[in-house]
Ligand binder design. Structure first.
Ligand SMILES: Cc1ncc(COP(=O)(O)O)c(C=O)c1O
Length: 362
């Protein structure tokens, strides 16, 4: 469908900062084309250790408590392969990022869905979490700012779940890859900063979203040595090490000016406000203003159509590609996900088209 406007992709429509890319070219020219240490370039781990301290006051030893991975995707799978025995239960958000459930299944674990309800700001209700914990529960996966909903919990909401994790002795995989993409002066609180959490949390992060580096595949995990070392082994046999040139790009991105991130987020913010306002002008659509990431997750319930049929309708009749909420689990059924990582002009055109097409249904 050549004339479609694609709002289905989960990646920034920006290029990485040029000074970071230049560091990659430079490394190539200097012949830095060999394996790095399995856990990542020493300089990069040192820079990541400094970042954890600067951003959150957290101390992680660069040699034993930081692992550089092939994106957050590898980090999540490595964590689950490392920490689930066959039959162990992993609590995952529903709707949730598409990688969680297959990764639990690859680790021969049992996915247990924690509902994220719109009425609760798309954050797990403590009562639901407690009722889903059994003797086989081993891990809980949390993700904020959230994909697909864009939701951001408050400090208190995170603290309540952290307390449950401590009381029920769960290991937490905290997926924080959108940490820098937050709006309205919201603050991101790293899960490991909450009482009792550093020792039980694997913080997953990535350069993909913050520096628009999705194709370069650099992510990382912070965790105490005892939690992190089995991931390191899994990682060693899956990828040996992350692409060395990409690691040089990541290092330069981290060490350079952070204006790039600020400017990108401010442009996302402009688009976010526009998209939510326009969606709410369309009869039948209801959309809350998300506080993070670059997605909106409008409610399509009024149309009385399954989300996959609704997304297909939009593709065929409006030429706009979105993702059916059901792709993120049964809990997404009454929604579609739109990414505003597309130019303002494209977004304007897409919303015009959607409004026109959806008039036929009301
Ligand atoms: C919530 C979440 N976690 C992790 C990732 C993984 O990204 P990457 O593997 O590019 O770091 C994504 C990508 O879309 C995501 O949305």
């Amino acid at each position: 469908m050549p004339n479609c406007i694609n709002l289905s992709v989960g990646e920034p429509d920006f290029s990485p900062p040029s000074y970071a890319l230049e560091a990659g070219f430079e490394a190539a020219r200097e012949g830095k084309t060999h394996y790095s240490a399995t856990n990542g370039l020493a300089e990069l781990r040192r820079a990541l250790s400094e970042k954890a301290y600067k951003d959150y006051g957290l101390t992680y030893d660069p040699d034993s408590e930081i692992l550089v991975t092939a994106g957050g995707t590898e980090a999540i799978l490595a964590a689950l392969l490392a920490w689930l025995n066959p039959g162990d239960e992993a609590l995952i958000p529903n709707p949730g990022f598409v990688v969680y459930e297959p990764s639990v299944l690859l680790a021969e674990g049992v996915p247990v869905h924690v509902p994220l309800l719109e009425t609760n700001g798309f954050w797990p209700c403590p009562r639901d979490v407690t009722s889903l914990i059994t003797k086989r529960s081993r891990v809980i996966v949390l993700n904020y700012p959230n994909n697909p909903t864009g939701a951001m919990p408050s400090y208190e909401e995170i603290a309540t779940l952290a307390k449950i994790a401590v009381e029920r002795d769960l290991t937490v995989i905290s997926d924080e890859v959108y940490e820098k993409i937050v709006y309205d002066g919201s603050r991101h609180y790293c899960l490991a900063t909450f009482p009792g959490m550093r020792e039980r949390t694997l913080v997953v992060n990535s350069f993909s979203k913050t520096y628009a580096m999705t194709g370069l595949r650099v992510g990382y995990v912070y965790g105490p040595k005892e939690l992190l070392s089995p991931l390191w082994l899994v990682h060693q046999y899956m990828v040996a090490c992350v692409d060395i040139l990409s690691q040089h790009v990541a290092l330069a991105a981290l060490r350079g000016s952070q204006d790039f991130v600020r400017d990108m987020v401010s442009e996302f913010d402009r688009r976010r406000r526009f998209v939510v306002e326009r969606l709410n002008e369309i009869t039948g659509l209801h959309c809350t203003l998300p506080k993070g990431a670059f997605y909106v997750f409008p409610n399509i319930e009024d149309f009385g159509m399954p989300s996959d049929r609704f997304a297909e309708f939009l593709a065929r009749e409006a030429g706009v590609l979105t993702v059916p909420g059901s792709a993120f689990g049964s809990g997404g059924e009454k929604h579609i996900r739109l990414s505003y990582a597309a130019s303002y002009k494209k977004l304007q055109e897409a919303l015009e088209r959607m409004e026109k097409a959806l008039r036929k249904l009301t």
